[in-house]
Ligand binder design. Sequence first.
Ligand SMILES: O=C(O)C1=C[C@@H](OP(=O)(O)O)[C@@H](O)[C@H](O)C1
Ligand SMILES: C=C(OP(=O)(O)O)C(=O)O
Length: 426
Amino acid sequence: MESLRLEPIRKVQGEVVLPGSKSLSNRILLLAALCQGTTKVTNLLDSDDIRHMLGALALMGVEVELNEDKTQALVHGQGGKLTTPPESLFLGNAGTAYRPLTAVLAATQGEFELSGEPRMEERPIGHLVDALRALGADIDYLKTQDYPPLAIKGKTLAGGEVSIDGSISSQFLTALLMAAPLFSGDTNISIKGELVSKPYIDITLGVMRKFGVEVSNNNYQSFHVKGGQQYVSPGEIMVEGDASSASYFIAAAAINGGEITIHGVGKASVQGDIGFAKVMEQVGADIDWYDDKLVVRKGQLMGVDIDANAIPDAAMTLATVALFAKGKTAIRNIYNWRVKETDRLYAMATELKKLGAEVVEGHDYIEITPPLHLADVAIDTYNDHRIAMCFSMVAVGGWPVTINDPGCTAKTFPTYFDTLASVSCS
Ligand SMILES: O=C(O)C1=C[C@@H](OP(=O)(O)O)[C@@H](O)[C@H](O)C1
Ligand SMILES: C=C(OP(=O)(O)O)C(=O)O
């Protein structure tokens, strides 16, 4: 479908069961493939990013049995051995596949080429490659220095002392951490620059722990990983609901509930994006917290001024909540929005301005002051699932809107617009 017309939604109400977390799904699949033993993964996300990880694993000889709706997988671990794939591993625009595979394959015997969509070739990976090369990895840039695609000649890496720049993406450190137990000796990793998106490191360390590997860390400034370790299957593991995907329903209920019960994340969540619910309480949402669900109702919404470095994905939703909050909303410390699916700072500013909002696009922040009336426009989505999803808040807030290329939500949430319709009262 070229575009989706959303008419004003009178109220949102009902129950949502979240799909599994993208971040957890791809980490779990990779470690389940590497470990010793078979792992049953439940509540797996079925979306493009996961499909790319599964496709790559299949090409490297990993046997994965999926159930019919692809939310359960039986992964037969290879005990650290992967085979040289017959072709380039095409990883779409999935950062959670591309970055960890780069590090793991650098330490795996075999020859690998990692490619992706055109946008992936514009997303930097130099900080990770620099760190891996410093450890002796053999990695070449096939087109442009510091960017995918890559050619990797995997080999035994001995570990040692290494520093990694954490200022652009936490996924580089995640990748190094996941690969380090496979090195023959111990690795001490120190962080250069400010480490962004820190809560994703907790997700990484938590998943590694489930697969039997403990990493010690000193205040996220240095990490010690023992070498020569084998990941061990936990037997069965459930993927928690996606906290970033929850943000759209938390926001919708806060703008125009009714009441929405969101199943799959709650106060026991391991994902940093649960922090968005706390931000929304500050904005004015009325939220009841349970271990693995949230009940969210409408509130008097007020603009806030927040540092969103820890919740870069969910913070995009706040940018459209801002259209319905009193006064100005400022979202700060989000420079790396510029190197994700698109330049998200530019894209969000451009589309919010089209609706009539007053927007300041800073180098690493955005400020939004809502207009009295929203213009009826078509929102361009820049092949960015989160732009498509967060601009549906315009209809939730009672204004018509057209979303161009709504199918781009397939990256993490293929059924998003159906799920929104299921809680929409016209
Ligand atoms: O590790 C992860 O699962 C992710 C880390 C974040 O990226 P950065 O660390 O590049 O900010 C986030 O935006 C991405 O959607 C998922
Ligand atoms: C930044 C994102 O994706 P990736 O995992 O490709 O970095 C995202 O899902 O918002």
